[in-house]
Design a protein around this ligand. Structure first.
Ligand code: NAG
Ligand code: NAG
Ligand code: NAG
Length: 392
């Protein structure tokens, strides 16, 4: 293969994107966004998991907000963000293409009544009007919802010189299990509806369990000392990956080992399809409102928060601009039809589903979950469950 210099690749890429992105550009854009976003997952767990029993967050929502800030930044502020993301400035066209493809995909999925209940939005509130060129980029590539709330100095009637930006993402998936009607029938016949859940090796609580049976990607991942299974959801664009440590005390170890593993590789290469039976706690509602501002500072993105040192001149001509906060709302819920509502007609579906399972997993200890884009393993949502009985 001929070596292609980065600058030449960029020139070709920009030429093509004037027409429309080629298949290759789309693939590399999607791969860039997937890697960038998924690389934040272990770091977000490290930062957010301590002190929270149950947690859900959206790495993709955060990555979208950070990319919107990168688009706003110039000079050293842009360099600081690129360094934190481990990204070269030449990748910006790929980044835009990747976000546009994902935003289009999630938007199309949200319009499909089957998938209603899956949403992902990036929002920005500015205390002054923003440059039209910046707003055009945000709406074209990031589908951002921009709110401008111009304030005036009421002595002089002019805009105050200082501008503040607030960024937020709002991501959630609310779904039935796939084929939930048939699973309810299975559960009616043979499933234990409650099981002891080991919150720690010494603390056990009884929790209601949901059965899943089928041909799933599943297996033990020795690199993580954990079991993994990918479960289908009725919202077809995403799947649910569970990582269950070997014992109740191994969750912290799992979090430490997570950075060494690519979820793409884990799902596509390490988990063979096999006849699988899983019992897991009902994930009725898990939701978090999280201030990710401290996380971004920790990542090395600092000057945007300081009106003196930050350069956000691509977003506004105001002499002093700073980011007030970056927050996110994340939500996950899987509803399950009560066993009592199963009609007798559906019980004849059961024999086919009672094949002997090669893998048998009872999720009776703290675990991690990931809502993944089905085809690329982009993590839309990630989280942990340590106390399944906790209701918000
Ligand atoms: C944009 O956000 C505002 C404030 O959250 C909301 O009221 C509005 O409906 C949103 N617009 C769109 C198009 O999503
Ligand atoms: C903001 O940046 C200026 C100039 O670099 C620096 O002097 C000041 O201490 C910073 N303020 C904060 C709160 O970090
Ligand atoms: C609170 C208040 O008086 N706000 C006014 C400040 O000035 C602007 C522009 O002159 C008005 O639109 C606001 O109503």
């Amino acid at each position: 293969m001929l070596p292609v210099s980065p600058s030449r690749a960029l020139a070709v890429c920009c030429l093509l994107s004037v027409v429309s992105p080629s298949h290759g550009d789309i693939l590399s854009g999607v791969q860039l966004v997937t890697e960038l976003s998924n690389s934040l997952v272990p770091k977000l767990f490290q930062a957010l998991a301590p002190g929270r029993e149950n947690l859900v967050f959206s790495p993709f929502g955060l990555t979208t907000n950070v990319a919107m800030l990168l688009e706003a930044a110039n000079g050293n502020t842009a360099k600081e963000i690129l360094k934190a993301l481990n990204m070269s400035p030449e990748s910006l066209p790929d980044l835009r293409t990747g976000f546009k493809v994902y935003c289009d995909t999630f938007e199309a999925a949200a319009e499909n009544p089957e998938a209603a209940g899956s949403f992902n939005t990036a929002l920005m509130v500015s205390s002054q009007s923003l440059l039209p060129s910046y707003k055009a980029i945000l709406s074209k590539f990031y589908r951002a919802n921009i709110t401008e709330t111009p304030r005036f100095d009421n002595f002089t009637g002019v805009h105050p010189a200082a501008v503040s930006l607030e960024l937020r993402s709002d991501s959630g998936v609310m779904s039935h299990w796939k084929d939930y009607d048939q699973l309810a029938a299975f559960s009616f016949l043979s499933h234990e509806t409650a099981a002891p859940f080991h919150r720690t090796s010494t603390d056990t609580i009884p929790v209601p369990m949901v059965p899943q049976v089928g041909e799933f990607r599943a297996g033990r991942v020795h690199q993580l000392n954990a079991h993994a299974v990918e479960l289908p959801l009725q919202v077809g664009t995403v799947t649910l990956l569970l990582l269950v440590p070997d014992s109740a005390d191994n969750l912290d170890e799992l979090l430490v080992k997570l950075p060494a593993v690519s979820l793409q590789q884990l799902v596509q290469e390490w988990l063979p399809y096999s006849e699988t039976s899983v019992s897991l706690p009902q994930l009725t509602i898990i939701s978090s409102a999280i201030n990710v501002t401290p996380f971004l500072r920790q990542l090395g993105i600092r000057s945007i928060f300081n009106a003196t040192s930050g350069d956000l001149s691509a977003a506004t001509v105001a002499p002093a601009v700073h980011v007030k906060s970056v927050t996110q709302d994340a939500f996950f819920s899987v509803s399950f039809t009560s066993v009592n509502s199963v009609g007798s007609a559906s019980t004849n579906l059961v024999p086919k589903r009672l094949k002997r399972a090669a893998t048998n997993l009872v999720v009776d200890r703290p675990f991690l979950f990931f809502v993944l884009h089905r085809d690329t393993q982009l993590v839309l949502l990630a989280g942990k469950v340590q106390n399944p009985t906790q209701v918000p």
